[in-house]
Every structure is written in C-alpha cells, then in structure tokens.
Design a protein around this ligand. Structure first.
Ligand SMILES: [Zn+2]
Ligand SMILES: [Zn+2]
Length: 313
C-alpha cells in the first residue's frame, strides 16, 4: 500500500516540522533518486519510487483546509478498502480505478529495461480513446529484444541504428563497456542494454533526449493522431507514473482537463510553473486499487444472487 500526498503538500508538512530546504533536498536525494542494484546504498535506504510502482493499493492524503471534514476523505478511502477486503466485489471499481487499471495493463507491454509506464486517454466520460506505454516507435526493436553481442558481431543489424553501427568512437567505447557483461549470455540471459545510458556515459552527459523510447503518455496521444480520433479536448489522462514536463505540456495543448498520476516525485511541482496560463489541467493523485489488488478486491467470491439464496435456504 502506498500512502502519498501531492508534492507541494509533502514539502509544506516537512517545513512545518522545521525541516530546512537543505534537509528536504537531502532526504529527496537519498530516498527518491533511483539507484542501481550494484550501488551498496540500495540495500540500506528507501527507494520510494520503486515502492510506489510496486504498490497496488493507493491512498491519497492531501492537505485539507476544511477543519470539520479534515479526515473524511482519508477515512472513506480506508473504509472502502477494508470493506472490499472483507467482502470482495461488494462495490464495483470507480471509473478512475478502471481507467488506471487499463493504463496499468498497457504498462506491462513496455520493452524498456529500466522502467515500465502505462497511460490511458479518455474523453470526459471516462470512455477510453487510446492507450500507450513507453517504448521505441513502432518499427524499431524494443530495448529488451536487442543485445550487446548482436551489435558487436553484426547480427540482427536491423535492430541497431546507423549511428550505433558506424560511429567508430562510440563503438570502441561500447566494446569496452560491454566487457563487464561478457558472461551474461552464458547465464542464459539476453544481454540487453540501455542506449541512453551508454550514450550518456560516452558523452559524459545526463541527457534524457537520447532515449530510444517514446513516453507512455505521448504514445497514447500519438495513437489518436495515427489511427484517427474525433478530438480529445476536455478529456482525461491516466498515467501509472507522473507526466514529465514535456508530456504535461502536450496534455495542456490537447485541452486535457484532468491528469491522474501515481508517482508524486520531487520536481512535479515544476509542471505547475510550466503550465500556468488559464487552461491548467488538474493534477490529481490517484487513489484506489490497481494491479493484483484490483482483481482480488473486485472479483466476487460467488455471485451475489447465489450468496443471498444460500444464506436464506
Ligand atoms: Zn530503453
Ligand atoms: Zn513524458
């Protein structure tokens, strides 16, 4: 279970508890920065992003200014979960949960070897218009199906870009960096790699521009342009992570009115700054059950009609 608050609220609570700006950014660096498994710190500190991605019950705990109903929203979410745990299927999923579950389903199609993200776009009535996941554009081979040996030995050449196959300096770097993974194929694993990570080390950059993948959200937007759509103005976006600045800007231009997201990562407040203007979509922290919990909580054990008959016979 993940209990989270919008980023702005979380920071204001820490400030109230007398944490300085330096303290807050220190905590965020330790707990929110993605770590590699070979980093020894990985085993001794929290990895909040990974926890948020692994949760299947989400409780949203935003600041409430109304003192008389302060805990109503929080209590209602917990009452709903407890009721569903005791009586699976006693209520049906909300429209928001159904749409987020569809985004979650789409997420698993991603061939990205570091992080899978799913998105769904609906009209204002929660009717699905498109789905997307983070992956290389259709026609490119996803990262999980490419490998170091194929590139170095000239096999499956269609899967690698002209740059990867022809830039001598990059190839020299790549051969060198591949040495660490030389035993992987003998282990029976595909020796996949992330081009962006390799290229950034090669260029000594920390750039997100060189990713092979489209983001889940932009992929969902593009599906509508590609296969036809009657227009999505006034629609909703669901993402299993949170929209980056670029996707938030595209959502804004499409006239999306609400963005449901899961991961309130530090920096998401930037979107508020970036958006501004008069047509701001609401950023709404998701609350509800998805993934395994969606099935466990919403699948009735027996048909309710049969249950009623059984207890009265
Ligand atoms: Zn990748
Ligand atoms: Zn994005």
């Amino acid at each position: 279970m993940a209990v989270s608050a919008p980023e702005f609220d979380r920071q204001s609570r820490l400030r109230k508890k007398k944490y300085s700006e330096a303290d807050i950014s220190f905590i965020d660096t330790i707990e929110y920065t993605p770590k590699d498994l070979d980093n020894t710190q990985y085993y001794s500190v929290q990895d909040i992003q990974a926890c948020l991605q692994r949760a299947d019950l989400y409780v949203s705990n935003p600041n409430v200014s109304n003192r008389v109903t302060e805990f109503h929203q929080l209590a209602n979410q917990i009452i709903k979960f407890i009721s569903l745990i005791r009586r699976p299927g006693i209520v049906t999923p909300s429209a928001v949960e159904r749409c987020m579950q569809i985004a979650y389903t789409a997420k698993l199609n991603s061939g990205c070897i570091s992080r899978q993200v799913g998105a769904a776009v609906t009209d204002k009535n929660y009717s699905i218009r498109s789905i997307g996941w983070n992956d290389a554009p259709h026609g490119h081979v996803p990262c999980n199906l490419r490998n170091r040996e194929d590139l170095s030995h000239g096999s499956d050449t269609g899967a690698y870009s002209n740059y990867e196959k022809s830039d001598v300096k990059y190839l020299n770097y790549f051969t060198e960096s591949s040495k660490r993974f030389i035993e992987i194929p003998e282990e029976g694993r595909n020796n996949a790699f992330c081009f962006k990570s390799e290229y950034n080390v090669f260029k000594n950059e920390k750039n997100q521009v060189h990713t092979r993948s489209l983001h889940a959200e932009e992929n969902a937007f593009l599906q509508m342009a590609k296969y036809g759509s009657t227009g999505i103005e006034g629609g909703l976006l669901f993402t299993t992570a949170s929209p980056c600045e670029l996707c938030a800007k595209k959502a804004y231009q499409l006239g999306i009115t609400q963005i449901y997201y899961i991961d309130p990562y530090p920096g998401i407040a930037l979107e508020h700054i970036l958006m501004g203007g008069s047509m701001n979509p609401d950023l709404i922290l998701f609350s509800g059950a998805i993934g395994r919990a969606f099935h466990t909580l919403y699948s009735p054990i027996v048909a309710y009609k049969d249950e009623l008959k059984a207890i009265t016979s």
